[in-house]
Design a protein around this ligand. Sequence first.
Ligand SMILES: Cc1ncc(COP(=O)(O)O)c(C=O)c1O
Length: 480
Amino acid sequence: MKQTPLLDKLLRLQEENLTSFHVPGHKNGKIFNKINYKNFKEVLPNIDTTEIIGTDYLHNPKEVIKKAQDRAREVFKSEATFFLVNGSTSGIYSMIMAATSPGDKIIVARNCHQSVINATILGDLTPIYLYPEVDVYRGMALGVLPGEVKKRLLEHPDAKAVVITYPTYDGFASDLKEIAKIVHQHEKVLLVDEAHGAHLGLSEKLPMTALECGADAVVQSTHKTLPAFTQSSMLHIQGNRVDVEKLKFMLKLHQSSSPSYLLMASLDLAVTIYEDRGRQLMQELLEHIENFKNKVKKMGQVTFLEDVVMGKDSIKAIDSTKLWISMQQNKINGHYLEKELRNQYNIQMELSNRYGILGITSIANDEEDFQKLYDALKGISKQEGEETLQKFPFFSYVLPKQIFTPKEALYKEKKQVPLEKSKGYVSGEYLIPYPPGIPILVPGEVIEEEVILHARSMVKNGMKVLGLKDHQWKTIEVLV
Ligand SMILES: Cc1ncc(COP(=O)(O)O)c(C=O)c1O
């Protein structure tokens, strides 16, 4: 047999039987056993088909795909729902370009996924940034204050729409209801990236859904927190502020003409699971999480992020299915903790930063998963690290001066300069510390000293900085 390096690796990983606190939300297929839908896994190759008689067509659905989308519309309480097979990225491009025209301004919360800024390149838009409240000590974006949204709208009355990430990757929910009210008072469109919140409608104990808050268009990564396959997402519309015919064109533009039936079928099944079993499974999940947290708190050396950020002005609610765990009390760095859990205890978390680790839980996780995580943390809590957060410089997220839009910068002539000598140049590249994934520099912005120092310190401390072509992070591309 010829070598199949990727497949071999995936099969080996499957044999390791990792405990999953990461996406996708089906948790290595566990949900299908849990809901007695084991045969779904067996029929996958058979249902990988294309547009033939009886299978309908995603870009002009009239039969089964239409029925499935209509059912999703009812279950998620939208007025129109579209299945996405190219991830939330394709939905974000489409909703932004449906709500704007080339040359428009769009107000964008800076703690956005890169796809939002990339949409401004595709749609030839000028992004006007809105900064979230930041916890400089832990290097994390919190929520966006409604007052900041209002301020930006008053400064830029010609902006067409506002884009908010709700909840954030870390589970922080801004006061979206109030934001929606303000945006609509100014007769603008509210577009919400709810990539991390597809599950919010499953319990009153979770933050309200973006649609309940009044958003006009919402993109959800059904694959992240619900049990759909990776890349399967949904776009929901309510009201008439978004032109649905224009949106349909944009969806065609940004998605494959051979949409995967496996992905669409997994969305269809995720809707059924959500409707039939979702609330009960979510109730069980929240109970497991509460028991887990109570036990861990008794251990003493572990901090949950929500306990330290609760009460911050910009945070209206926290999604408790996100587990942010820190062992800073033992001076244990988050990156080390993530590796230790994987290498010694077979537990895979979603991500880590210098402060701690993030686990994404879903209705597929069971009590045994939480017991394993508890046992592992107990084992690791006997260790003593040697790292404190004081080692890292604080960062104020200075608002960089925008000279060109990202699109204008993309097409300008560029040269490489050493990072430490780049002060004052206009950047030709992104600088995105990951996590939290908030760009500290976007193409077209002036490079400030603070940004350079921050980027260098992060690289020195082993953190990931995305965006630079030079993977050694020694040089940066600037406009000539
Ligand atoms: C906040 C946010 N929005 C959008 C996306 C893009 O989603 P997808 O990977 O489904 O394209 C991500 C991906 O991680 C994300 O974190």
